[in-house]
Design a protein around this ligand. Sequence first.
Ligand code: CUA
Length: 389
Amino acid sequence: MRLGTIARFGVLLAALAAVAVLFVAFDGNTTPYTTISPRTESAEGIQDLYTLLFWAALVVFVLVQAAIVYTVLRFRRRSETEPRPAQIHGNKTLEIAWTVIPAAILLAILIPTIVTMYEINDAVGQDQNLIVEVHGKQWWWEIHYPGIGVVTANEVHIPQDQPVQFNLKSDNVIHSFWVPQLAGKRDVIPGHITRIAFTAPYPGVYYGECAEFCGRSHAWMRFRVIVEPREQFEAWVASWKQGPTQGAAQSVNTGDITRAPREFGVCLGCHRINGVRFLEGSDREIQPLPTEADATPLFGPNLSLFGCRATIGAGILTNTPDNLELWIANAPAVKPGSWMPAYGESEENPNGLTEEQIERLVVYLESLQPEGGCYVSPDVGEPDLGIDE
Ligand code: CUA
């Protein structure tokens, strides 16, 4: 009996210690996916609910544990000869009490939850909202800025202090768009546009991920939201629209960066680079992506300015030439279930791209940068990628 009591106290103490450790461990700066370092009003509303629930649950937990410990100690059988206590069936007062008290607690949680939900949803549909269209893919995110003509992948730039509305779409399975520090989760549902809106007051890089199981690489459906002052956002848009320019970086063969190496033809089934043409000898030409094409999602990411992307494969690799080689040669080996097939020459794929061809593609893709190099927001800087190398 004594042992059981000690065990109960032990469990209680261990649980309290775990809570204390968690509080210390969750520091928003070192754990960017945490939900408890909100950076918008909407995320703060959710955090307030979380805090309310946490303390309410803690009080209930401690009271219940204390009642159990007390009961065990106070009413334990002290000897073999001790008679059984009176057996009771039903107690109206107690039953009403343990129905009414939880109902009151649930109501105290429900009311602020509904108020917060309405407050958060009020941000959707406002005239001043900047619209960003987000397409959930398997397993990456395509980002469109309707009217601005920018299409990118897995990196969302938004202006600081600007209400932004994300219109979420999917043509495959259900995903969930989630940037813990900026907003709550919102499901991305095929055949149905869902919306979420918020205003981010602090410049910085925020980490997002898919929060709804959507297949083998669900865990590798990461993205980043870059919040920057308006003039820096506009500079980013301008740099994006400028596109890859001649002489901006290295180029293949001709010195003309807008001309893709012939190997790139195989990429065109799914990808696109704005305003890019093939090397002479090929009659296929890629025209600049018109603004109206914004609404048409591609099968693979738009690779314009690929050289400026921070990651490959929605966060699974940092964007380096070596990693890109690995990726092109055998994407499914890097990212389970990847729809991009293995393009490298191998026993199973004897007609695949040779190492030399892949290297040409890598040099070409990494050189897709605007004049003067990639745009880096002075107020945000080079982001830490949140990737374990
Ligand atoms: Cu998309 Cu999980």
